[in-house]
Ligand binder design. Structure first.
Ligand SMILES: *Cc1c(COP(=O)(O)O)cnc(C)c1O
Length: 231
């Protein structure tokens, strides 16, 4: 199978899964954005998926993202999402090479992104929440999320859009649903508490996207089940 056929087939499989999950949840599939989590994938493979119609790419590693941006420089219709751990000495580059950052978990990082964003358009921000109390994965503690939302929502050049979570693996859909439901409730609480209108939940990956869609996910980040195994 050519790279092109592979990409078209994988993308179509994933879109079918999204459509089915949306239908089961009585939701409009148009409200769910598929982000290709592209870490450790070759740029030829990523390019094949972009040519097959994938418009949103998520990266954990800045250098990989910048290389892939160079390789697709002729395309101005792609959305780049930063989804990995953020070091404070990388914020200038992140602020100016992405339209979404999913992994903000400290005020200091948000303030730097705000100060360093040069574009006149706002940078969309998601607060990563440590929903399973696993500090090694990053994310703000649940009991600090409301305050941090309030602080970040005041910053210029940023638009706080919602929450992102990376729950631990669970073996069945009922268990997978719990942290996602908790995240949705936290978003509603933050909105109510601060009078915000956050509209985005970035949750769900290869193994739990159906449960995430059922609980209201609007962005799923899929690596393995889209691109194939990582190099
Ligand atoms: C790798 C990664 C994903 C995708 O994981 P898969 O299980 O390969 O679908 C999603 N989000 C983040 C933050 C990741 O690092």
């Amino acid at each position: 199978m050519s790279d092109k056929e592979y990409a078209e087939q994988q993308l179509s499989k994933l879109l079918t899964r999204i459509n089915q999950a949306a239908q089961t949840a009585d939701r409009d599939p148009k409200d769910i954005c598929l982000i290709g989590a592209a870490k450790q994938q070759s740029h030829s493979r990523i390019a094949a998926f972009v040519n097959a119609g994938l418009k949103d790419l998520g990266h954990n590693y800045l250098q990989e993202a910048l290389l892939n941006q160079t390789h697709t420089a002729e395309r101005d219709d792609l959305n780049w999402h930063f989804i990995g751990h953020i070091q404070s000495n990388k914020t200038t580059t992140i602020a100016n090479h992405f339209s979404w950052v999913h992994s903000v978990d400290r005020f200091k990082i948000a303030r730097r992104l705000s100060e360093q964003r040069e574009s006149k358009t706002v940078l969309n921000i998601l607060l990563q929440v440590d929903i399973d109390n696993e500090p090694s994965k990053g994310g703000v503690a649940i009991d600090q999320a409301v305050d941090l939302c309030g602080q970040i929502s005041q910053l210029e050049n940023l638009k706080l859009r919602g929450l992102m979570v990376l729950p631990k693996a669970r073996s069945n859909a009922a268990e997978q649903s719990k942290p996602f439901a908790q995240t949705r409730e936290l978003l509603e609480h933050c909105n109510q508490h601060h009078g915000l209108a956050m509209d985005t939940l970035s949750m769900g990956m290869s193994n739990d996207l159906e449960a995430a869609i059922k609980e209201g996910s609007t962005m799923i980040r899929v690596g393995t089940d889209l691109f194939g195994s990582r190099t």
